[in-house]
Design a protein around this ligand. Sequence first.
Ligand code: ATP
Ligand code: MG
Length: 230
Amino acid sequence: PLPHARGALRFDDVTFGYGEGRTILPSFDLDIPAGQTVALVGTTGAGKSTLAKLLSRFYDPSDGRVTLDGVDLRDLDGRDLRRAIVMVTQEAYLFSGTVADNIALGKPDATIEEIRAAAEAVGADAFIRSLPDGYDTDVNKRGGRVSAGQRQLVSFARAFLADPAVLILDEATASLDIPSERMIQEALQTLLADRTAIIIAHRLSTVAIADRVLVMEHGRIVEDGSPAEL
Ligand code: ATP
Ligand code: MG
């Protein structure tokens, strides 16, 4: 099925705990059809980031299986998996190098035209062009000029260029200023189109754009419905 993954996800009777500690996910079942945008909400410690870590294979289940298009993640080549499932974390990290290098991280052979197109798609092009050396600006030297919202946009451009079948976004809890909040929401809509997405959501505006909202408590899904229903 890979590398042209469709992006259907399934947790099949997954049990998981960190080390010898208590069970975080007890017999967990979840089906996410390809292309669906899921907002995952719930109290702190519910297990939301743990689900994301199992999907990225930071950890494997102690029992049961997690599948992509019906294939156990453990049976996938690591490189194929990283191409198919991309996670954007709460902290949008920039690495040393230029802005262009940072966007191209998930696709090292990308041309500058592709890099620009990705930045344009998520609305990051204007601020990048306003930097001292544009796309060639060294983020270490000029890092102080890049705000949290702008860093988030660069990481969205990176994910857009990588074009994974599945995108997982652990949304930042820190509040952004109003203009970048709006930019982020617009960028999100573009980024989520035509792929499966799981957003660990902290903003109502994000929950509203989801097809489906899952409420998690103590390692279980306690509500599952459309944003309008919940
Ligand atoms: P938040 O909204 O605060 O991000 P969350 O729903 O993402 O919470 P998780 O990070 O998945 O919650 O944590 C679920 C449980 O697993 C918590 O009880 C947490 O303390 C525990 N936990 C998370 N990471 C580890 C770890 N690396 N080692 C041991 N326990 C962990
Ligand atoms: Mg978390």
